[in-house]
Ligand binder design. Structure first.
Ligand SMILES: C[S@@+](CC[C@H](N)C(=O)[O-])C[C@H]1O[C@@H](n2cnc3c(N)ncnc32)[C@H](O)[C@@H]1O
Length: 248
């Protein structure tokens, strides 16, 4: 999931990438953001992609700085949000150790730290510190490893979507998958994607001058995981982690 990957899928983004804004049915992320929003504050949308969160952010803050690694995504975000006057756009790579960026009062980073590259993630987390002023707030959403494992266990135990009839992998494939899994990199549409444990995320943020304020689950419908979820399958629903953290 390097820059090329995001540039390549930019024009088919809506078909390929899960839409958190639409699927957060209870609006838990929006509530978290509005709690810290103000017409006097600036907000950075880190990994804004095609700009799904920009209209909402623009409504609640003085200024939105929308950033993304992909210039095509930035171009599409600008086009999709052409009617919004209080948004600026910036192509910025959060995994560039030389990144220079002006800090905002609040930073929102929704499912953007997905790369399976440890080196890129380490720099990405360091860059988060640069984006938020002292005492500012980070609203971070990431895929949950606990949720992914829970889903995998259900899929296997009840043979959901006929998964157990599918073709077996080679030994080499299995070794790679185990190596990936041990680091929380789970394949989504064959792309290794970083998933996080709650404790891991808390530790990573504490190393970068962020104190965790709260952890919540952003819960989704089972249809986001299975084509035919068993009718009896209810709570807990699959989830992402929503973490609010304050920079000190
Ligand atoms: C799954 S999309 C999420 C988009 C958006 N936050 C949303 O919720 O609709 C991930 C975005 O993060 C961006 N991204 C990935 N790595 C990045 C990096 N190193 N620096 C900046 N943006 C990055 C990608 O280009 C992509 O647009």
């Amino acid at each position: 999931m390097d820059r090329n990957y995001w540039e390549r899928i930019a024009y088919s983004y809506n078909d390929e990438i899960f839409d958190v804004f639409q699927n957060d049915k209870t609006g838990i992320i929006r509530s978290a953001i509005t709690e810290y929003a103000s017409p006097a504050k600036t907000v950075m949308d880190i990994g804004c992609a095609v700009g799904k969160w920009i209209p909402f952010l623009a409504l609640h803050f003085k200024k939105v700085i929308a950033t993304d690694i992909s210039s095509k995504n930035i171009e599409l975000a600008k086009k999709n949000c052409a009617h919004i006057e209080n948004a600026d756009y910036l192509r910025a790579d959060m995994s560039d150790s030389k990144l220079k960026i002006a800090a905002c009062d609040v930073a929102v980073c929704i499912n953007a730290i997905l790369t399976s590259s440890l080196k890129d993630r380490i720099i990405f987390f360091k860059s988060l510190t640069k984006c938020v002023r002292k005492n500012g707030i980070l609203v971070l959403v990431v895929p949950s490893l606990e949720s992914s494992l829970y889903t995998s266990i259900i899929r296997h135990r009840w043979n959901v979507d006929g998964i157990n009839r599918r073709k077996k992998h080679s030994l080499k494939d299995y070794q790679q998958k185990i190596e990936n899994f041990s680091q929380g990199n789970i394949e989504i549409d064959s792309v290794p994607t970083k998933h996080y444990l709650k404790e891991e995320l808390s530790l990573l943020l504490s190393q970068e001058k962020f104190r965790t304020v709260s952890f919540q689950k952003v819960q989704y419908n089972w249809r986001t995981e299975f084509l035919q979820p068993p009718k009896w399958l209810k709570e807990p629903y699959p989830w992402d982690w929503l973490c609010i953290a304050r920079k000190y």
